[in-house]
Design a protein. Sequence first.
Length: 233
Amino acid sequence: MNFAIIVASGEAKRMKGFDKIFGEVLGFPIIYYLLKKIEVCDEIDEIILVVNEKKIALAQKIKDDFNFLKIKYIVAGGKNRFSSVLKGFDLIQKKENIGDDSLTLIHNGANILVDKKTIKNCMQAASKYGAACAAVPEKNTLKLVDNHNFIKKTLDRTKIWEAQTPQVIKTKLFEKALEKFTSMRKKDQEKITDDVSLLDANEQKVKIIQSNLSNFKITYPEDIDYLEFLLSK
């Protein structure tokens, strides 16, 4: 059985009051467009939706109104993104008879326009290698600086990718990595900035899967205009 944890519990402080998860675009709640894709994804069996505690009733209404049958749990998020992921994964850990081939997909609720091909490719790669991460090649020139902001060197951007979601991990592998995480020093725990970073720390290889720029994360108010433009094409 494969699971999807959709993390949609952030406060969106940079959105100037607009709800980037439950606000409407073209007549539908923004998260509807994402949930619709996950719902029809053959590779996913169950969805766990992690939302702000104040939005649980609204999330339940969306589930009911649009008949999203794969959403099995709606749970309140934690104090940050990673703790929200853990709240979702805790429900998976309580299940019995999780097979060795079980996969857990983790996706940001604000990355609305992920396509089915990216999801499928990430799932297939994680099944083969243990973990996979959607990403796009870096196109800018990047500089490594010292503590005083003087350039030390220019990085080779051909080897640098900008990580996105989905990030997919074998369920039992993620469970083992979390066991090690709890024993890490707080300073090392703070270096875990996304889900597959947890595997970096445990020297587990993660396969990069090329995604596309339309799989962007809604962060600023102007992103809503871009989202509406892409949805209306």
